[in-house]
Design a protein around this ligand. Structure first.
Ligand code: LLP
Length: 458
């Protein structure tokens, strides 16, 4: 399979064989468009790069948790990395075998532990001794034991965006390597726990291989040491974090991402040679990032004294990465600009009432006019999943393309659904504005109402 998942044909940008302008007509903008072909390609290349290793690829659902995306990977043999009961349920609903699910996250609740235990997942990645105690208690009460990998904080700076680094000593994630060693060397048994592995994850969007190498070496050394001390470990979870390419033209993006992934895989092969352990990988962005676009339409072009603003119908509520992390997403016109078109620097902004609702500043783009379509590329990961309804803007739809076919895999949120989630308390309710009267948070609110309500429900 080649890597031309998004390409200009007949003057217009296509996702596989589907023209994006046609999709925009049919679905309206803004919308997310994913290439099922790219998803499959990404998974297969990673699996091929790990061939020969006893590896389970647990797709990190947090990157993109649409059922169609999860199912695409599940059908190819993937497991799942989940961080909440919601993600656990999503993984199971999409048919991910529970024995390939790892439950990570720094703040699991007892209810989430029960859900994982009842499902029979592969392992809990535990991030503190306090969590370990609770998990032990919860499992014992249910007459079972929980399979555990201890997440170690290796104190490595991943060299990625400050806001998405996780492996430094000052980060909230994992148990300090020293403390983990001291604890695990001496722990003989804990009633509800089966210590099966060690886990590490040092951050996301890593573009340099060196921090990985250091972190993995530390983890592997600890693995050997603890086994020698008699702890029956048999699994090493190397986390996710492989960075993708956000720049260049669309084909170059896939090529650069692939190259980075191959470098990572070669490094892993070298490090785990002779290691007696099953391996778990938790890639998210690598598998979905380049496979998605956010398609938007230009609403207005406005000139100020100093700059030109291109106001589009997508906003920070739809794609928050530029506002939140100063992240860069390539912006491309759906209609190809004629060869030799001069580019002009413009600010691409959304309609939300915040200055930070800015996708790009002084970005060189071909001349744009009202009605033109643009895409933000590499929007398959941490994009729709981080969307909100801020400014009461409905969540955008998601579309999956496969060859010449497409399907809306999540409808645009409608206004009734959005407003209908609110409930009025007794003292504000005159009956008319209450969307439904069945068991609802309104009832809970009523119960929680002060003994002397402001206005009686009558
Ligand atoms: N495993 C663990 C324990 C994680 O915390 C994460 C991501 C992953 C795996 C998957 O990492 P990936 O392979 O996707 O890099 N919202 C941010 C990214 C946050 C990543 C959180 N953890 C962004 O938009 O860049």
């Amino acid at each position: 399979m080649d890597n031309t998942f998004f390409a200009y044909r007949d003057g217009g940008l296509h996702a596989s064989e589907v023209a994006l302008d046609r999709l925009a007509e049919e679905i309206g903008t803004p919308f997310y468009c994913y290439s099922g072909d790219a998803l499959e390609h990404g998974y297969r290349s990673f699996a091929a790069a790990l061939a020969g290793l006893p590896a389970t690829i647990c797709y990190a659902l947090k990157a993109n948790s649409n059922q169609a995306v999860i199912k695409t990977f599940a059908d190819l043999g993937a497991g799942a990395d989940v961080v909440s009961e919601g993600e656990l349920r999503r993984a199971m609903a999409a048919g991910v075998p529970t024995e390939k699910i790892v439950f990570a996250g720094v703040g699991k609740t007892a209810a989430e532990m029960i859900a994982g235990l009842d499902a029979g997942i592969l392992q809990f990645n535990v991030e503190s001794l306090a969590e370990l105690e609770l998990l032990s208690q919860v499992a014992s009460q249910r007459g079972t034991t929980a399979p555990v990998a201890v997440r170690v904080n290796p104190d490595v700076d991943a060299g990625t965006l400050d806001k998405i680094t996780t492996g430094r000593a000052d980060s909230k994630f994992g148990i300090d390597a020293g403390a983990a060693r001291d604890y695990l060397r001496t722990v003989k048994s804990m009633p509800g726990i089966r210590f099966e592995g060690l886990a590490v994850h040092i951050g996301s969007q890593l573009t340099d291989i060196a921090p990985y190498r250091t972190a993995f070496q530390r983890l592997i050394a600890l693995y050997h040491e603890l086994r020698a001390a008699g702890l029956p470990l048999r699994r090493v979870d190397l986390g996710g974090g492989i960075g993708i390419s956000y720049k260049h033209d669309l084909q170059a993006q896939f090529a650069e991402t692939e190259e980075r992934m191959q470098t990572y895989a070669a490094m892993v092969h070298g490090l785990v040679d002779g290691l007696d352990a099953d391996l778990v990988f938790e890639p998210g962005r690598l598998l979905v990032g380049n496979a998605g676009l956010l398609v938007t339409r230009v609403l207005y072009v406005k000139d100020s004294d100093t700059r030109r603003f291109v106001i589009v119908d997508a906003a920070m509520n739809d794609l928050i990465r530029p506002s939140l992390y100063d992240a860069w997403h390539e912006i491309l016109p759906v209609k190809a600009a004629p060869e030799g078109t001069a580019l002009q620097p413009v600010d691409v902004v959304g309609p939300v009432c915040e200055s930070t609702d800015t996708f790009a500043k002084q970005r060189p783009l071909p001349p744009l006019a009202k009605g033109d379509l643009l895409v933000f590329s590499s929007a398959g990961a941490y994009s729709f999943v981080m969307a909100s309804t801020y400014n009461s803007r409905p969540l955008p739809p998601e579309v999956l393309v496969r060859g010449g076919r497409f399907a809306v895999v999540r409808e645009r949120m409608n206004y009734d659904t959005m407003i209908g989630q609110d409930r009025l308390p007794d003292w504000l309710s005159d009956g008319a504005a209450q969307p439904t009267d069945q068991a609802s948070p309104a009832r809970a609110l009523r119960h929680a109402a002060p003994a002397q309500p402001i206005r009686s429900a009558g």
